[in-house]
Design a protein around this ligand. Structure first.
Ligand code: HEC
Ligand code: HEC
Ligand code: HEC
Ligand code: HEC
Ligand code: HEC
Length: 216
């Protein structure tokens, strides 16, 4: 006796059902993806010299503090002066057109005007040194700078961004020897988190979200 449905018809129905399943799964994945907040990438800023952190940090292995000398002991990180660049570029790539503005600056004594990538309003009080001393890593706030051929911002710098971390500071600190590391952060064990909190003596969320912490 012939089967009630032909083989191609059965195959067709099976494929339809499979297609439906895939579509539903894709829809769920897409819906979740659009609802979860992701790292926001902000457009890079054109600079007077096309300076690349990727070259200088990843390829050449230069420490952040070689150029941002004040980051551990003052409110601002500080920008490198022309003479810092010249410590290498008085010999390296002397004829590179990319470096012409650097040599102009050395000749005229006029500093290079780097365009700000991050710029908080004046009524906000922010200090680098306290964050660095309490184990908040550069990568937490600036992302993978070592992979940036041109520097961009990875955080909104809005008040809510500061507050999200200040409400949950214990989960955003690292051992001091990892503060400058650009390696992706590994989650810490609960025991390590407790140890760091004892070491840094972090204040509670209420104190850290008090208006006068950041507006004084
Ligand atoms: C060889 C010097 C040099 C080194 C090393 C260096 N930087 Fe920079 N950095 C610069 C210069 C020059 C600028 C300004 C041009 C630009 O924004 O790309 C800058 C800009 C920045 C900015 C944006 C500043 C702004 O305008 O808001 C951040 C953030 C930054 N650097 C972080 C880092 C971190 C983190 C490291 C270490 C992983 C590092 N830098 C290593 C020279 C350096
Ligand atoms: C808790 C977040 C946070 C951490 C951690 C942090 N920064 Fe910043 N950084 C900022 C903010 C916010 C600004 C903008 C400050 C402003 O506009 O006054 C900034 C600005 C800068 C600048 C521009 C110059 C300046 O001081 O305004 C550089 C360079 C910089 N950071 C480098 C670093 C380096 C290197 C590290 C790690 C040693 C680091 N930052 C760690 C938040 C952070
Ligand atoms: C410790 C040594 C060192 C310092 C300090 C340094 N550089 Fe460099 N720079 C290099 C090296 C090495 C290269 C080659 C990069 C590569 O391909 O890895 C380079 C490449 C460059 C280039 C690309 C040149 C080209 O023609 O491709 C620019 C632009 C540049 N540096 C700008 C700067 C500026 C601006 C500063 C100061 C903020 C600076 N450098 C500080 C070592 C240095
Ligand atoms: C990734 C986490 C993180 C982010 C983001 C962050 N902070 Fe902090 N902040 C900390 C930690 C940790 C401390 C140290 C807390 C302590 O000592 O109890 C701190 C301390 C401070 C202090 C010192 C408080 C005092 O009274 O000594 C100020 C001011 C401050 N933050 C301002 C800001 C501002 C403004 C922003 C946003 C632009 C910001 N922070 C973003 C983690 C963060
Ligand atoms: C951890 C740091 C931090 C704390 C705590 C904080 N603020 Fe802010 N606040 C900021 C930053 C950063 C901005 C700038 C936001 C921007 O430029 O978008 C800001 C902006 C503001 C503004 C300007 C309006 C706006 O949205 O631009 C007001 C008003 C304000 N804060 C009030 C408060 C009050 C009231 C409290 C206490 C309940 C408070 N802030 C606590 C960091 C903080």
């Amino acid at each position: 006796m012939a089967p009630p449905f032909s083989r191609p018809a059965v195959l067709f129905v099976k494929l339809m059902l499979l297609g439906l399943l895939v579509a539903v799964a894709a829809w769920i994945v897409l819906a979740r993806w659009t609802m979860t907040p992701r790292h926001v990438a902000y457009a890079p800023v054109a600079q007077p010299i096309a300076f690349s952190h990727k070259h200088h940090v990843s390829d050449d292995g230069i420490d952040c503090r070689y150029c941002h000398t004040a980051v551990e002991n003052s409110a601002t990180a500080g920008m490198p002066s022309t003479s810092v660049c010249l410590s290498c570029h008085s010999q390296l790539f002397l004829d590179s057109p990319a470096l012409a503005p650097l040599h102009d600056s050395a000749r005229t004594g006029k500093p290079i005007h780097w365009v700000r990538v991050h710029d908080l309003p004046d009524f906000v009080y922010f200090e680098h040194d306290i964050h660095v001393a309490k184990g908040v890593a550069c990568i937490e706030c600036h992302g993978r700078v070592d992979q940036m051929p041109i520097t961009w911002r990875t955080a909104s710098l809005e008040m809510q961004w500061c507050l999200r971390c200040h409400r949950d500071a214990p989960h955003h600190v690292r051992p001091l020897n990892q503060v400058l590391s650009m390696a992706p952060e590994k989650p810490l064990r609960p025991e390590e988190i407790r140890q760091l909190n004892r070491l840094y003596q972090l204040r509670d969320a209420q104190a850290l979200t008090n208006c006068s912490t950041c507006h004084r």
